[in-house]
Ligand binder design. Structure first.
Ligand code: SF4
Ligand code: SF4
Length: 71
């Protein structure tokens, strides 16, 4: 299964990743990081296809994508 990891301390809550995900798996939360930005969160991870569009949208390189290994 593919999945992403969001580095909350790099996130500035701009929301661009929420637009990028074709499955709407990334949303903004109410949770602030140490700088006071409300961070993006990853929902329904079982639906992630590892397309990387969320990571490509992020101007702060806060998202790392781990892709499923197919046989
Ligand atoms: S890798 Fe693709 S499907 Fe997975 S969260 Fe990012 S944009 Fe969405
Ligand atoms: S695009 Fe990057 S900085 Fe913006 S909300 Fe998403 S993870 Fe945070």
């Amino acid at each position: 299964m593919s999945y992403i990891v969001i580095d909350e301390e790099r996130c500035k809550g701009c929301g661009l990743c929420t637009i990028g995900c074709p499955r709407k798996l990334v949303t903004l939360s109410q949770k602030p990081n140490s700088l006071g930005y409300t961070v993006a969160i990853f929902n329904n991870p079982e639906q992630c296809i590892g397309c990387c569009l969320c990571a490509e949208m992020c101007p702060d390189v806060a998202i790392t994508v781990f892709k499923e290994n197919r046989p």
